[in-house]
Write a protein that binds this ligand. Structure first.
Ligand SMILES: O=C(O)C1=C[C@@H](OP(=O)(O)O)[C@@H](O)[C@H](O)C1
Ligand SMILES: C=C(OP(=O)(O)O)C(=O)O
Length: 425
């Protein structure tokens, strides 16, 4: 276990935001399904992306790793039995690849770690029951065996548990023999992630009709065509620095596309609604000396809510975060985690069933906090530490490798004052 102690200090300088994890997952999957060679550049080898690369290899893709670049040939996809797919802690890898693994008759076992075995999969189990696909799983740890072949047709899927189920089906249904329709039975949350999926599919030659996110019409027998693609910067990670700036740090943020389809771009609107001034140029900067609490809807951008809570904790008056129930089924219960840990630092946050009520305070103190082994909680606490008057110590700091392996190096390069200690397990 790595413990990091941060002494109070503001961050300043330039940071290159790492490539979007969501877009990298999608590019690796689409390239692996293409008949021919694709080159995917600006790759960061985070734990989640490594899981997807290895999973696509297990399904038959040929993937060569070079420095920040992948050469992917999907010509032999589905030509061997998948065997074991280790998703590590990546919900995206699991939910994207469960349907894909049985696009052809297959017998496959999914393994994983951390909270992954506790995150919902019932949407897929309901489909398996309907299609008589054999499966067995263990409670709480991810150990899922599936045997069978997915058929096209009519799918009914809830929109408010995880958009990742829908993305998984959108990757898979075009390569089945039959045509398919997906009906979304409840209001769709995380819509931006479906946009990313549809956009990437379109780039790789797959056509899907989107009837206002209520219904997706998908022709079968389609073919993915290879292409070269550069992964753009990640708004979910950029959010940490945008929020840091709103709290008085001075970081210039590079490689965030202002025209991006990423749903987490909403962090810019959130900061503006709190009174921050966002300077939108090639390098984005935020100024925020008069932040005032407001109501923030988490339905479409769950991943930026923990860091948003840090900003609200230091904004004047009351903020409410609403429609954020899904944060409870991520790497940890993120509503509980962020409220508990920020309160240890002197914040005033009350947890509600599907959100948070945050009464702003003038300053945060310091002390020992728990990362809950969740990358987004650890990084949020590290940004909070830049506003604390005393030292902040964060445990299991290595968990950032799930999405941003160089986070602590970047933090230190920006002047962050950190001390590292390696302890036992
Ligand atoms: O499709 C994706 O890349 C993701 C979808 C979101 O999940 P939900 O749809 O479950 O909210 C998000 O939280 C996750 O980090 C990445
Ligand atoms: C929830 C996340 O990812 P995943 O669902 O892919 O595990 C995340 O990166 O915050």
């Amino acid at each position: 276990m790595k413990e990091i102690s941060i002494s109070p200090k503001k961050l300043s300088g330039d940071v290159n935001i790492p490539p979007s994890k969501s877009m990298a997952h999608r590019a690796v999957i689409c390239a692996s399904l293409s008949n021919g060679k694709s080159i995917i550049t600006n790759i960061d080898y985070s734990d989640d992306i490594i899981a997807t690369i290895n999973a696509m290899r297990a399904l038959g893709a040929d993937i060569i790793e070079e420095e920040r670049k992948l050469i992917i040939d999907g010509t032999n996809i589905f030509e061997k039995d998948a065997g074991i797919i280790d998703c590590n802690e990546s919900g995206s890898t699991l939910r994207f690849l469960v349907p894909l693994s049985i696009a052809r008759k297959n017998k496959v076992k999914f393994l994983g770690r951390g909270n992954l075995g506790k995150r919902p999969l019932t949407t897929f189990y309901n489909i398996f029951d309907k299609q008589e696909i054999k499966y067995s799983y263990k409670e709480d740890v991810l150990d899922l065996c599936i045997e069978g072949e997915l058929k096209g047709g009519e799918y009914k899927v809830e929109g408010n548990i995880s958009s990742q189920f829908i993305t998984g089906l959108l990757f898979t249904l075009p390569v089945l023999k039959e045509d398919s329709i997906i009906e979304i039975t409840t209001e769709l949350e995380s819509k931006g992630y479906i946009d990313l999926t549809l956009d990437m599919l379109n780039k790789f030659g797959i056509k899907i009709i989107n009837n206002d996110y209520k219904q997706f019409v998908i022709k079968g027998n389609q073919e993915y065509t290879p292409m070269n693609y550069r992964v753009e910067g990640d708004y979910s990670q950029g959010a940490f620095y945008l929020c840091a700036d709103a709290l008085g740090n001075k970081v210039k943020i590079k490689d965030l596309d202002l025209n991006s389809l990423q749903g987490d771009k909403e962090i810019i609107d959130i900061l503006e609604s709190l009174g921050a001034k966002v300077l939108k140029a090639e390098e984005i900067e935020v100024q925020g000396w008069e932040l005032v609490g407001t109501v923030i809807d988490g339905a479409q951008c769950p991943d930026v809510i923990p860091i948003t809570a840090v900003v609200c904790a230091l904004s004047k008056g009351k903020s409410r975060i609403i429609n954020a129930k899904r944060l409870r089924i991520k790497e940890c219960d993120r509503l509980k985690a962020i409220s508990t840990e920020l309160n240890k630092l002197g914040a005033n946050i009350i947890e509600e069933e599907d959100g948070l009520i945050i009464e702003g305070v003038d300053t945060l103190t310091g002390g020992k906090v728990h990362s809950w082994k969740d990358h987004r909680i650890a990084m949020s606490l590290a940004i909070a530490a830049t506003c604390c008057v005393e030292k902040v110590t964060i445990d299991y700091a290595e968990c950032v490798s799930k999405s941003y392996p160089n986070f602590w190096q970047d933090y230190e390069r920006l002047g962050g004052n950190i001390d590292e200690r390696i302890l036992g397990e």
